[in-house]
Design a protein around this ligand. Sequence first.
Ligand code: FMN
Length: 184
Amino acid sequence: MPSSAVFHAVNCRRSYSRVTSFAPTREELLPLVAAAARVADHGALRPWRLLELRGAARERLGAAFVAASACVGDDALKLAGKPLRAPLLLAVIVSRRVSVKVADWEQDAVAAGVAHLLTLLLEDADWGAMWRTGPLVRSAAVRELHGLGDGEELLGWLYVGGVPADCKPGVRLSIDPEEFLGAL
Ligand SMILES: Cc1cc2nc3c(=O)[nH]c(=O)nc-3n(C[C@H](O)[C@H](O)[C@H](O)COP(=O)(O)O)c2cc1C
């Protein structure tokens, strides 16, 4: 079994569905974003961007969820409260570049790779994060709130906050790698 810090970080990676109200500052985030940008990137197109949603921006996202849904009353209130589950949401956006060499799906893979690396880096910096989407992620109201342009899609949000002192252990079971590593 490898004993490197990278192996340990990846092997122990988990999501935190519940986080505290403390969040990394923009200054703390910047080096993590720069490191996540080292993900493999065909043609170095950098086909992604992130948006910070803090404070009232999360309430505007909740309002966009309600506007995009048929929910009313208590259901609407519940929906509006979903983005408030973490003090910081990082919207992950793929910004597909026009390219004859690099297909859209490859660019989507780069943006997703940035998000995965960022969750790992956040955990390494003792923050809790969870990637969430939901059925309204591609709705017009949510698109408009994020100011998405042509060729852009929202891949969801990293919900980020502090790790609660009473946080339960992660639930994901380990796999049998023999089942997943074949050979031709
Ligand atoms: C693109 C993407 C979208 C996701 N969206 C949701 C979501 O909307 N709701 C949810 O409960 N989990 C979602 N997940 C899964 C969680 O982020 C998490 O991986 C899962 O709860 C398992 O926990 P673990 O990462 O600790 O193993 C999503 C994961 C990815 C990669």
